[in-house]
Design a protein around this ligand. Structure first.
Ligand SMILES: [Zn+2]
Ligand SMILES: [Zn+2]
Length: 154
């Protein structure tokens, strides 16, 4: 009997926690739209690009709303921000670790279907006093379209 009560209170506790989490992030149509757009585009868009795509559909949308919702999605671990130093942030709905290819001509950022090389972390750990937990790799060059254009001399 005691065991049952413990189990029941555990279930109740986790249900309450879930409710609290959902309340914190009241479901928002705007946020769902932003996530949709990130899932359906593979270009790792900027916040401004998302705004351009949604502003007609959602007339009261502002850049502030876009940033606020993107930050919530990041906190919920549904979206990842890719920070490229001086240029503006790009957003990625693919939150699994993956490498990127960046076109130096048109700026496209493309997901690469390559295995993550954990031995790189080990190499850092072996050769230094640091403890590497993860790493990020970007390959730079020309995307298909830009390579084709260069080949055709355009
Ligand atoms: Zn390109
Ligand atoms: Zn990506």
């Amino acid at each position: 009997m005691i065991k049952l009560i413990i189990i029941l209170s555990f279930i109740r506790h986790s249900a309450l926690k879930k409710e609290a989490r959902e309340k914190k992030y009241k479901r928002s149509r705007q946020r769902e739209k932003i996530l949709d757009i990130l899932h359906t585009s593979s270009i790792h868009p900027t916040a401004a690009w998302i705004y351009e795509r949604l502003k007609e559909e959602i007339p009261d949308l502002s850049m502030g709303t876009i940033y606020r919702n993107l930050n919530i999605l990041i906190e919920q671990r549904l979206v990842r921000k890719i920070d490229f130093g001086s240029t503006f942030d790009r957003f990625d709905a693919n939150v699994d670790p993956h490498y990127h290819f960046i076109c130096e001509k048109c700026g496209a950022i493309i997901d690469l279907d390559l295995p993550i090389d954990a031995s790189l972390n080990e190499m850092v750990n072996k050769k230094t006093q640091f403890r590497a937990k993860r790493h990020r790799i970007e390959f730079y060059g020309l995307c298909n379209k830009c390579a084709q254009k260069q080949y055709e001399g355009k």
